[in-house]
Design a protein around this ligand. Structure first.
Ligand code: PGA
Length: 257
């Protein structure tokens, strides 16, 4: 029996204004109220400007809120940045680190990802560490080494790995926002690589309890096929999460908002 219950996380990226966020939260609450089944574990990572709106609008719903990024330092002269401490004080329970858009559009390297993950743990929030290979790396047969290296570096700065709460997301870069979903064997293999690496660097217990989400073009239409794949503990959802009803349907196929 798996020690891990599934978790479904909405990553809005740079979408939805605070007013649109309020409407989204109201729709989600309506959908949750109508659910005929147990409420799934849900998380939402809005843009920071909508964080407080979302926090208030989802109060008491059980949905946890998080951020899409943080800085590795606790405070200082870093114009435009926000620290994990600040996020913790603003009621964030998790923060994405190493999302492929941060890595590839904003030049974040493995070391920065590791320092951000450590900063999150120090601040008492869970890092949701994203890893994934590019298409050319997959074609060159480098997927196992890319995933292993990214995970190794991401965990390098965590001092007490065995007691840290963390979540991983396997997001093949070529599947993000493209409508091209990885197939079951690719997902199963990647999750097994990550789980094996976790055992090696963090120990059996952490490896057993750490959730590994899949992300990359997840929709209500394909979620039912993806959910039973061995090693998949939920999803990180971009595009389909911008509509509250579709987001909820990824978690509960029969839900309606
Ligand atoms: P997508 O994004 O669902 O739009 O592919 C996933 C992500 O970037 O986390």
């Amino acid at each position: 029996v798996s020690a891990r219950s599934p978790w479904y996380v909405a990553n809005w990226k740079m979408n939805l204004t605070p007013s649109a966020a309020r409407v989204w939260c109201e729709a989600l609450r309506a959908g949750l109220d109508r659910l005929q089944e147990p409420v799934p574990e849900l998380g939402v990572a809005p843009p920071l400007i909508a964080l407080d709106t979302v926090r208030q609008a989802l109060r008491g719903s059980g949905v946890v809120i998080g951020a899409q990024n943080c800085h590795a330092e606790a405070s200082g002269a870093f114009t435009g940045e926000v620290s994990a401490e600040m996020l913790a004080d603003a009621a964030c329970r998790f923060v994405l680190v190493g999302h492929s858009e941060r890595r590839h559009l904003f030049g974040e390297n493995d070391e920065e990802v590791g320092r951000k993950a450590a900063a999150a743990v120090r601040a008492g929030i869970e890092p949701l560490i994203c890893v994934g290979e590019k298409e050319e790396q997959r074609e060159a047969g480098q997927t196992p080494e890319v995933l292993s290296r990214q995970l190794d570096r991401a965990l390098e700065y965590l001092l007490d790995l065995r007691s840290a709460d963390l979540t991983l997301a396997y997001e093949p870069v070529w599947a993000i926002g493209t409508g091209r979903v990885a197939d079951a064997s690719q997902i199963e293999e990647a999750h097994a690589i990550l789980r094996g690496k976790l055992v090696e660097i963090a120990g059996e217990k952490t490896a057993r309890t750490t959730r590994i989400l899949y992300g990359g073009s997840v929709t209500p239409q394909n979620a039912e096929k993806l959910a039973p794949i061995e090693g998949v503990d939920g999803f990180l959802i971009g595009g389909a999460s911008l509509d509250a009803a579709r987001f909820l349907q990824v978690a509960c196929p029969r839900a309606r908002c």
